[in-house]
Every structure is written in structure tokens, then in C-alpha cells.
Design a protein around this ligand. Structure first.
Ligand code: SF4
Length: 484
């Protein structure tokens, strides 16, 4: 997943929610974090903020961000996207323009690209104050301090995980929804993926530590947690318990006050019946699943080193749907992987037709330096683009049909943001229903305006491409009730 997959409304909701965190005085310095990439990076940025705050730094207010009135800017980088290095150096260059106006500004670079490009960042951009790896978040305050003394870039990038990032203090962006990492790294070797290089082998966090963190989140007001890992359902293999993930889901069901549990991402090869049963039988585990297909061709799956085949993928999907007919299942698909023929691509279209994913994050294959697939013969761009367009058209049709199936149904939405008033003075709020679909709600006249973290049961009146609407203007007999 990446930040592009976050809708504007969702971004707005996070900002609206996060804005409630008081910024306080200037302290040791005001900091701002710019996050690229996946939810794991968002999770890590919360830890970076937590570590800085624990060391006397203060988060920038929106006004300070807009006027570049901060003393430290942290870039949390991603290595998964195309041209990740160019993107990182381009962003550091933009930060340097701010530094020209504010010479004391310290620029720190962390995340997956810092892990990969550790040797070159400080050489290419000597005005960078600190470079820190994915396993060195807790070192950042010390690196900033040393840079202030020496005026030289400070680099700390370890390959060994000494402290699980989740065990560090966190300054969470959202009061009501929390990311909780259960593992970092990945033991798979998909030939297109750089994650095993940047994050290393999978390391599982102890279930007791995970549950203790979830309880702390709930005590601090969280109503929803998303369990995070590169491959959540191999969780526990490293600690000798192959049922650990389903047990963890069931244990979440016993946490009072925890209304919703989600997780991302599972790997289809290891998605076992005990996990399906735990999802289906634990009331606060949502029936939402991101289930990455990548390709429908067995030949390409082999070349990608994905250990399932299309028949197995569809079989697991069938079992999930039998246990949870309401499940919303999204996926990732790569088009134009090296060697992909029209026949392979047709196999992907075939699986997409059968799987009926609620949404799909579709990517044109682009080589990631350092991965095995980068050195395989590439397919001409125009061929891939044409296939990609066909896939997008098919999936959009399926997505639209899926969205329309919600119209007229009552859904329970957890409010994560306020969208302001419309021209007609209707209050508008936004949030996700139980299976993860974004719903914008127009509050009917005379009805209470819900707060962030409230649950609203409402009738869906319209289906958009990316969100549903519950609009009082056109909903005679519309359900509307608020639960705190
Ligand atoms: S399962 Fe494959 S794609 Fe996912 S993180 Fe591991 S290596 Fe990358």
C-alpha cells in the first residue's frame, strides 16, 4: 500500500483527527515529518514523532507547516515505488530550499531508501543532518544533537533490529484508529520486491506485547486497531506457533472497548482456515481483507516466486466468501511483469472476473534496482499500457457494481473526520463502514452531528467510484442513529 491509495477525504479525516493533538511550545525544536509509502511507514512516523517528543521536540502545527516554521524536518522514505531514489533526492532538494531561508533547519532522512542508500545520501547531500535506518528510529535525537555539535551529517543504519519499533514511544496521528505492528520484515523472496532487503527477515513481536499495546491504545481512546506486518499470517512461525495469528485475532475479541480490528497484509499462500474461522467468529474483527493476487498466470506467479497458484488463490477466496459473504476483498495486481504474454494477461483477467475484488491496486511493472526481476527482459511500455487499460476498465466495472450493491443498505460508520458544511448548510462527516468502505454522510436536519470516534448507522443513498454517500436530501425514510 502507499500514500497514493489514501483518498483526499481520508487524508482530510486524518488531518482533522490529528489536529486535535496539541502542539505546545517550541521546546528543543519544532519538527515536521513528511511520510512517503506504506502503512508501515505511517506507523514508523508515529514512532519517530514519539521519540522526538520524548526528547523535548514539539510537533509543528498546521500553521507552522504551511509557513515552514520548523527546526527539524524528517523525510520517512519508501523504496517500493518507481524511481524511489529520484523521488527521495528530489524531496531532499526541496527541503534544502527551505533550509536556504532557515539555515538552522536540520534535515533528517529515514525509512527504506535511507536503509538502501545509506552510503550515498550524506555524500550527495552534505547539508543533510542525519540519515537513520528503519531499525534506528530511537537514535534520531542523538544524531540531531551530534550534527548540531559537529555540523557534519550523522549516519546510523543497522541491519539488526535491536528494539521493535512498536516498543518505542508513539505520537499517534489519530486518536481513534491505531496502527499496531505485529511483525517487521519478510521471509519471502518475491522477485519484484525490495522489502526483504530494506526491512530484513521477518521478526515477530510477542503476542503479549502486541495485546498490551492494543489495550494501551484503547485506554487512550482508540476504537479501532489495524494489525500491521509485511506478511501477517506467517506471524508466529518464528516463535514456533503456526496458529499464533488466529489466536491473536481471537484475543483481540476479548479486549473491552475495542470495536474494530483490521489487519494488513496477508499472503495468499499462508491464509489458513483457522484465520478464516477467527475472522468469521470474532465479532470485532472486520470482514475486510487485502489479498494480493499479483498475477493470475501460474507461469508468472512462478517467475515472481509467489508460492500459490491461481486455482489455490480462488479456492481460498471461495472459503473466505463462504464463511463471510459480506467480506470486502481488495487486491494488488502487477501488469507487464517480465515475460508476461497476452495469454498470461488473459489468465489475470480471468481470475479478476472470478474473484470480483471490491477494489484493486493495479500497477504497471517497473523494475526496482536490486531485485531479481529488474534484470529480466522487460516488456515494451506500449504493450503493457494497453493491457493495463483493459484491466483497469474491467476492475472499474466490478468495483462500481460492488459499490452500487450498498445502495439502500444500512451501514455502521465510524466517524474519522468532519468535511465541513455543504452549500445547503448540511453538516458532512466521513468515516468507514465495517468492511472498510469510505462513507460520506450528510447529517439530516435536526439530528445530532457526530463527533470523531462516534458510530453512525445510516442508509446509503449513492455509490461513487471511491466512496459511498448517505445523503439526507434524497433519502426518504433514511436511517440515522448515533452511538458514542
Ligand atoms: S510477501 Fe513478497 S511482496 Fe510481500 S513483502 Fe514479502 S517479498 Fe515483498
Amino acid at each position: 500500500m502507499n500514500e497514493d491509495m489514501m483518498t483526499e477525504a481520508e487524508r482530510a479525516s486524518i488531518e482533522a483527527d490529528g489536529a486535535e493533538i496539541a502542539a505546545g511550545e517550541r521546546g528543543k525544536g519544532v519538527f515536521h515529518i513528511h511520510t512517503l509509502g506504506c502503512q508501515m511507514n505511517v506507523h514508523d512516523s508515529e514512532r519517530i514523532a514519539g521519540v522526538l517528543e520524548a526528547n523535548g521536540y514539539v510537533p509543528a502545527t498546521q500553521e507552522q507547516i504551511d509557513s515552514h516554521d520548523f527546526d527539524v524536518i524528517v523525510l520517512n522514505t519508501c523504496a517500493v515505488r518507481e524511481n524511489a531514489a529520484e523521488r527521495m533526492y528530489g524531496t531532499i532538494g526541496l527541503f534544502n530550499r527551505i533550509k536556504m531561508q532557515r539555515p538552522n533547519l536540520q534535515i533528517a532522512v529515514g525509512g527504506c531508501m535511507a536503509q538502501l542508500d545509506r552510503e550515498t545520501i550524506a555524500k550527495r547531500k552534505p547539508w543533510v543532518a542525519a540519515v537513520f535506518g528503519t531499525k534506528n528510529i530511537e537514535d534520531l535525537p542523538r544524531l540531531l544533537e551530534q550534527n548540531r555539535i559537529t555540523d557534519k551529517p550523522q549516519v546510523r543504519v543497522s541491519d539488526k533490529l535491536e528494539e521493535f519499533p512498536s516498543d518505542l514511544p508513539a505520537a499517534r496521528a489519530s486518536r481513534v484508529s491505531s496502527w499496531v505492528a505485529i511483525s517487521v520484515g519478510c521471509n519471502n523472496t518475491c522477485t519484484f520486491c525490495i522489502v526483504p532487503t530494506t526491512r530484513g527477515k521477518e521478526k515477530d513481536r510477542r503476542p503479549g506485547d502486541v495485546l498490551a499495546e492494543i489495550r494501551r491504545c484503547v485506554a487512550n481512546g482508540a476504537k479501532e486497531v489495524t494489525l500491521l506486518g509485511q506478511n501477517v499470517n506467517s506471524y508466529g512461525y518464528g516463535i514456533g506457533d503456526r496458529y499464533a495469528f488466529s489466536k491473536l485475532l481471537r484475543a483481540c475479541g476479548d479486549i473491552e472497548g475495542l470495536e474494530r480490528v483490521r489487519f494488513t497484509s496477508p499472503h495468499p499462500a499462508a491464509f489458513t482456515d483457522d484465520v478464516i474461522a477467527a475472522m468469521a467468529e470474532t465479532p470485532n474483527v472486520m470482514h475486510q481483507l487485502h489479498f494480493p493476487l499479483q498475477s493470475g498466470s501460474d507461469r508468472i506467479l512462478r517467475a515472481m516466486r509467489r508460492s500459490y497458484r491461481s486455482a489455490k488463490f480462488l479456492d481460498i477466496l471461495g472459503r473466505i466468501r463462504a464463511a463471510m459473504p459480506d467480506a470486502q476483498i481488495s487486491t494488488d495486481i502487477i501488469v507487464g511483469f517480465p515475460g508476461e504474454t497476452e495469454e498470461d494477461f488473459q489468465a489475470t483477467l480471468d481470475v479478476v472476473r472470478k474473484a470480483r475484488f471490491s477494489t484493486a491496486f493495479m500497477f504497471i511493472y517497473s523494475p526496482r534496482p536490486g531485485t531479481p526481476a529488474a534484470s529480466m527482459p522487460q516488456i515494451p511500455r506500449d504493450v503493457v499500457q494497453e493491457r493495463f487499460d483493459r484491466l483497469v476498465a474491467l476492475q472499474e466495472e466490478i468495483t462500481q457494481e460492488n459499490m452500487e450493491s450498498f445502495v439502500g443498505r444500512d451501514v455502521e460508520v465510524m466517524i474519522t473526520g468532519k468535511l465541513g458544511k455543504k452549500d445547503n448548510d448540511t453538516h458532512r462527516v466521513t468515516g468507514r463502514e465495517r468492511t472498510g468502505v469510505l462513507v460520506h454522510i450528510g447529517v439530516p436536519e435536526g439530528q445530532p452531528v457526530p463527533e470523531i470516534g462516534d458510530f453512525v448507522t445510516v442508509t446509503v443513498t449513492h455509490a461513487g467510484r471511491h466512496n459511498l454517500l448517505a445523503d439526507p436530501d434524497s433519502a426518504a425514510g433514511q436511517t440515522y442513529s448515533v452511538r458514542h
